[in-house]
Design a protein around this ligand. Structure first.
Ligand SMILES: NC(=O)c1ccc[n+]([C@@H]2O[C@H](COP(=O)([O-])OP(=O)(O)OC[C@H]3O[C@@H](n4cnc5c(N)ncnc54)[C@H](O)[C@@H]3O)[C@@H](O)[C@H]2O)c1
Length: 240
């Protein structure tokens, strides 16, 4: 039987690559995204989309209820949906702060709550992979404080759930990438982008498929023995 995997932010740059990787590895993938047209565009063997606003706990609950009804349970969850708002610290509007935390952290929190219930009784080691960011650890790059804090909170959730569910055989890890070429690059000017890419040791941004390969590895049986780790992917940029 195919493993059932849920990927949030499935219609984005990283999300599409993760969906492709997991389908190639034998998962049936359910993509959650607010972008209905993007999800429709991805229709194909091994994929189904559910349009959902991940800033709403009620909408998340409805989406997972639908998944339970159709598939009975799930084996893997990838919390990938996220964005980066760029206002300067003293002037970050309250609504922007709330939305940053709601999408990058609270949405993932509620998806974990729903997913863990649907993982009960499934075979093998079940997996949660949270897509964090180097921004939580590297303070040289441009990332704003609310973005950094949302990802740091996500990584603490990773460690808590890893510990809490270790003996239930639910493995929880974060992957924290640096500059990866996706539509999210559009949040900064070309000048800021060029400077950040120039700091990458290989002289180039990473590709979504390179990050997706690590997600696939964690979800594969080879990943069964890793839990509670934050895996930093940045070509070795921050080694001192
Ligand atoms: N691109 C990078 O350099 C980079 C680096 C580090 C971490 N990340 C992280 O990778 C993840 C994926 O980002 P990406 O680069 O693919 O960006 P992206 O903008 O291409 O994709 C984000 C996806 O999230 C969806 N989304 C946004 N708001 C939503 C909502 N309210 N409900 C449901 N879906 C919503 C969008 O529709 C989009 O499909 C994010 O968590 C981001 O923080 C990206």
């Amino acid at each position: 039987m195919n493993r059932i995997s849920v990927v949030t932010g499935a219609a984005g740059g990283m999300g599409r690559a993760i969906v492709e990787r997991l389908i190639a590895d034998g998962s049936h993938v359910i993509g959650l995204d607010i972008d209905a047209a993007g999800l429709a565009d991805m229709k194909g063997d091994g994929f189904e989309g559910i349009c959902v606003d991940l800033t709403s706990a009620a909408a998340i609950s409805d989406a997972f209820a639908k998944i339970k009804e159709t598939h009975g349970g799930i084996d893997a969850l990838v919390n990938n949906a996220g964005t980066c708002f760029m206002s300067e610290f003293p002037d970050i509007p309250e609504a922007e702060f709330e939305k940053q935390m709601a999408l990058n952290f609270s949405g993932a929190f509620h998806c974990c709550q729903a997913a863990i219930k649907l993982m009960a009784g499934r075979d093998g080691v079940r997996k949660i992979v949270n897509i964090s960011s180097n921004g939580a650890y590297n303070f040289d790059a441009f990332d704003p404080p609310h973005y950094r804090a949302s990802k740091a909170a996500l990584d603490t959730l990773t460690k808590d759930l890893a510990r809490r569910y270790a003996t239930d055989k639910i493995a929880v890890n974060s992957i924290a990438p640096a500059m990866t070429e996706t539509p999210l690059f559009g949040v900064v000017s070309q000048e800021v982008l060029d400077k950040a890419i120039a700091q990458m040791p290989h002289g180039r941004a990473m590709q979504p498929s390179e990050i997706a390969a690590w997600v696939g590895f964690l979800i594969s049986p080879a990943g069964d023995i890793s839990s509670g780790n934050v895996i930093i992917l940045n070509q070795g940029r921050d080694v001192r």
